[in-house]
Design a protein around this ligand. Structure first.
Ligand SMILES: *Cc1c(COP(=O)(O)O)cnc(C)c1O
Length: 378
């Protein structure tokens, strides 16, 4: 693939004006304080606590380690019911934390965990449910909470796709026992690399989390001369925190720009024969991080449209393809046939380019190309 100036990729990292970042990193230079929960780390944490409307929050070097560490913080051991329709990180984090993922199929309407299929997978070894708010679609959190309550399970959300979202007036950061957010460069809000765990700190049984997560991300060190846990290193450094502080000033405007593009896609694509959009709900405030479309004819059609767009210098993503339970590393351990809906959707989905600076005329062009290809049967 030629890296041409006018190529359009699925996303483009959002950056603040250079001078804004420069201003903040000047202070880092003067202070020589580069990491270890410095001033910007603390400032970002407080700003995010407010932005995400969450009482509990801890920052991490990335979303993946945030997930591994929140599983460790709850001292989970056994089986965890989760979805194969996600990024590699969700499942890998479970396995790396010594847990056994048990794959539950998803709902076709929004690609989130199907609450009707969870209970049949619960055994006496099940300790938690790890759903993913995939593409910003909020899981059926009420049904999941009631199943978890009935069986005494923890619920930890992979909320990497739902930065700043609200459902029924509630922040997504307050759902379940804890949620993980990713601030990777490709996400709606980025700290270059970064992540967070959020939870409802007013619940007394979660009071331990703040201290436990802090220690886990800092080698388990509890004092100058004491190390209490076998922790790791997952601290967010000052340069990343400063990027987050700058980006947070712009993120609402960026989401509004994303929505403009989303609305054009929605208007131009809905109703096209052979193409389906997910079902968006009126009770959710979305962040428009992704633009997934499903080609109902399946993989051949999806792949031909993908190739057709690439030939025009437009690079959507087969996201998520393959489903996690079809990865080589899980061969013989997980069975992709156990989740047919996830398998089918992974073979028929494309996420289209969407980011704040994407030209509206390019959105129109992408829609026309897709409509033409569908009409011709490619
Ligand atoms: C991005 C992402 C992660 C991992 O986050 P990083 O910050 O890249 O480590 C985990 N789960 C999902 C669904 C993601 O999209």
């Amino acid at each position: 693939m030629e890296a041409k100036e006018n190529n359009i990729f699925v996303t483009r990292a959002s950056l603040p004006p250079y001078e804004e970042y420069e201003e903040l990193i000047k202070d880092i230079w003067h202070s020589h304080f580069l990491t270890n929960m410095g001033r910007y780390h603390e400032e970002l944490k407080e700003r995010l606590r407010e932005y995400l409307s969450t009482s509990g929050i801890e920052l991490f070097t990335n979303g993946h380690l945030a997930l591994e560490m929140v599983f460790q913080a709850f001292e989970l051991k056994g089986e965890v019911i989760t979805t194969p329709f996600t990024f590699a990180s969700t499942t890998h984090a479970l396995v790396r934390a010594g847990l056994k993922p048990v794959m539950c199929d998803i709902r076709g309407s929004d690609c989130t965990l199907d609450p009707d299929r969870i209970e049949e997978l619960i055994t006496d070894r099940t300790v938690a449910i790890v759903p993913v708010h995939v593409y910003g679609m909020i899981c059926d959190y009420e049904r999941i909470a009631s199943i978890a309550r009935k069986h005494g399970l923890k619920v930890i959300y992979d909320a990497a796709h739902t930065f700043g979202e609200f459902v029924d007036g509630r922040s997504v950061a307050s759902l379940g026992d804890a949620s993980m957010f990713s601030f990777h460069a490709t996400k709606v809000f980025n700290t270059i690399e970064g992540g967070a765990v959020t939870w409802d700190a007013k619940r007394p049984e979660l009071e331990f989390l703040s201290d436990r997560l802090y220690k886990l991300k800092n080698f388990g060190i509890t004092g100058k001369e004491s190390v209490e846990f076998v922790g790791g290193n997952a601290k967010l450094n000052e340069f990343c925190a400063a990027m987050g502080i700058c980006n947070l000033r712009h993120v609402d405007a960026w989401i509004a720009e994303r929505k403009l593009r989303f609305d054009i896609y929605k208007e131009r694509l809905s109703g096209l024969k052979g193409l389906r959009l997910l079902s968006y709900q009126d009770n959710v405030k979305y962040n428009y991080a992704y633009m997934p479309v499903i080609f109902e004819a399946g993989r051949d059609m999806r792949d031909r449209i993908y190739d057709g767009l690439c030939a025009e210098g437009i690079f959507p993503r087969k996201y998520f393809y393959p489903a996690v339970n079809a990865f080589e590393c899980y061969k013989g351990i997980l069975d992709p046939k156990s989740t047919p809906i996830a398998g089918r959707i992974s073979e028929s989905v494309l996420t289209l380019p969407i980011y704040p600076e994407l030209e509206l005329s390019d959105v129109e062009r992408i829609c026309s190309l897709i409509a033409d290809m569908l009409k011709e049967g490619v």
